[in-house]
Write a protein of this length. Sequence first.
Length: 343
Amino acid sequence: VTGSLPRFGWGIIGTGDMAATMACVLAAHPQAELVAVASRSQARAIAFAASHAIANAYAALEPFLANPDMQICYIATPPDQHHAHCLQALAAGKHVLCEKPLATTACDAGAIAAAADAASRFCMEALWTHFLPAVTETERLLAAGAIGTPSHIAASFGLPTEPAALPACGAILDRGCYPISLALRLFGTPDRAEAMVTRSVAGSAAAADIMLHFPAGRTAALGCSLVDYRANTMVISGSAGRLTLHEPITHPTLLTLASARAGPVGRSGAKTRVARLLPALALLARHRRTRILRFRGNGYVHQVDEVHACIADGRTQSGVVPLALSIATLLAVDGFEAPTRGS
Ligand SMILES: NC(=O)c1ccc[n+]([C@@H]2O[C@H](COP(=O)([O-])OP(=O)(O)OC[C@H]3O[C@@H](n4cnc5c(N)ncnc54)[C@H](OP(=O)(O)O)[C@@H]3O)[C@@H](O)[C@H]2O)c1
């Protein structure tokens, strides 16, 4: 029964891949109505509107943002456009869901946060992974002490990418934002960051291995890549065990809790067949605690639910992905994309 739930009018800036993905998610959502799309081209706006049954197609942002039926603007443009598009949408009084990364620098992300604050409008980076059940459960288990005191995170997101499909920004901003924002959500703001960056011919980051140092000696080793196939997992190690969010890190469904008390694996010197089997059985015992935590649809619906719930409650930020998390994520790696730092 959805009759009593509030409904929200959405508009999308951009007509590319994510715009199309989210248009389908919004079309299927009982609380959402996709009312407008904006493109730089009238023909693309009309074609996109026709494919997604959107009533209004615009080739300019001003009339699009003046549409009174749109409360929420989803920004699905390249990262270097996010700052300008967020500011324009907020100035027009719209709530904003902006694709990752929120901006290309922490300074620009801070300006977006200030504009959202001044306009008293909701604004969130579309870090959809953070709303998936496996991630929520990871946070719950850590808070419940399931692995003792967590001290280290190892995570990566890297996939070899065809030249034609390369993102507009480098690996750190395009891919790194997932493991980095997850690490910061769990461990807070780092004191220090170091990076080993592999450059593309054009000078942007093709791959990077980033080390973050947090208070109380906690660390995170985070990888991202546009050129090789990384583990795409997140492993959180603690004094009593280890949690693994299995591949794919962007939308995991498998979560393994391994206890350090299961005993060491691979003891040498075992003479009998049974003794030799023991390490394997110990390993199985650890992995017995793997659970499947499914997400709904293709996973993006969970962040849409968060946007609706926050706006319905009169909140201008998400408690799960606040703008401070987006800013801190960018601050941790500010300048690593540029060839002057960390190369
Ligand atoms: N959450 C996820 O799973 C996920 C996955 C992939 C990408 N993303 C993010 O989503 C955003 C869009 O990525 P995408 O893969 O959808 O890119 P895309 O296919 O290239 O689409 C971007 C769209 O932005 C519009 N645009 C406006 N100003 C532009 C400009 N100056 N240059 C180029 N395009 C411009 C274009 O539409 P018009 O030509 O009609 O104006 C274009 O189709 C990025 O921030 C990316 O990081 C998120």
